[in-house]
Design a protein around this ligand. Sequence first.
Ligand code: PPS
Ligand code: ADP
Length: 300
Amino acid sequence: MVVVKAVRPAISCSSSGFDGGQLVPLHKVSFVNLTLPASLLSVRLSSRNNAKLSLVQSTKESSTASTNDRAAVFSGENLHQIDTNGKATNIVWHKSSVGKVHWQEVLQQRGCVIWITGLSGSGKSNLACALCQALYSRGKLAYILDGDNVWHGLNRDLSFEAEDRAENIRRIGEVAKLFADAGIICIASVISPYRKDRDACRSLLPEGDFIEVFMNVPLQICEARDPKGLYKLARAGKINGVYPPWLLYLKIGFTGIDDPYEPPLNCELELPQKGNNCASPCEIAEIVISYLEEKGYLQA
Ligand SMILES: Nc1ncnc2c1ncn2[C@@H]1O[C@H](COP(=O)(O)OS(=O)(=O)O)[C@@H](OP(=O)(O)O)[C@H]1O
Ligand SMILES: Nc1ncnc2c1ncn2[C@@H]1O[C@H](COP(=O)(O)OP(=O)(O)O)[C@@H](O)[C@H]1O
């Protein structure tokens, strides 16, 4: 259902979209606030009678209304709308004349986020690199946001406490969305242990553009690999030791050992381990490439 919040100037709306109504003069802006499920946005926004219908801004009203996004629709010029989002007040969305569709045309691909989730040692980083290589060899533009690397810069102010992990994932999700907006295939390889955090990242993107890939490798195998020796530290109860003493009051566990991992329920791709045999990262990358080809992401 679509709820019309405000309409300015004359434009008519109904639950089935825009129909009839007075035409907005050429080059004039019309602005409407809607409440509708995010999944409907791409379906609802279309061009008609030379009018340019675009999503200016989409915001969550509250956690209980997570499926209801407010969307602003305009025709022609930009409109300065002062808004509040989280703690940020008096903010105005500035729209560029060059957007996702233009970059996709240039790059001959469709921007999306490939979200690789799984335990530490499940092969996320290796898959991310193999996938990046496979895309590069096809002349496609991709960028990896690897959890390990992001902790070194953007997120170095965070810890592995549950709340900070959620913030880590939120920031990575927002950055990934920006890359996708630039037409880039963004590969996020992060444990992202909590389902609700991954789902929140999914909700930032248009339907289909968030491709969740689950590295379903059992803990025993990840632990046996233990390339960084972190599982050994965790089993020895020494994982807190890597943090400054003043952080020790935080509940910091190691994912899979004394911290939870919530497997996806409805991911796009699940790459299961068969006994001790696992396809190589390059073979797994080809499975993801096939998915991207099938869904049309490797062309404009
Ligand atoms: N306590 C604890 N739990 C899990 N992982 C830990 C921890 N401390 C450090 N590390 C290292 O940090 C990498 C995980 O970063 P992520 O951004 O993927 O983590 S998370 O999604 O916020 O849980 C993770 O990298 P990967 O092994 O590549 O997964 C670890 O090397
Ligand atoms: N497909 C695979 N088959 C066998 N071993 C793998 C595979 N992918 C990764 N590995 C090994 O597992 C370990 C962890 O891989 P990595 O990609 O760093 O995992 P993660 O990023 O999930 O921590 C590394 O030693 C790597 O060589």
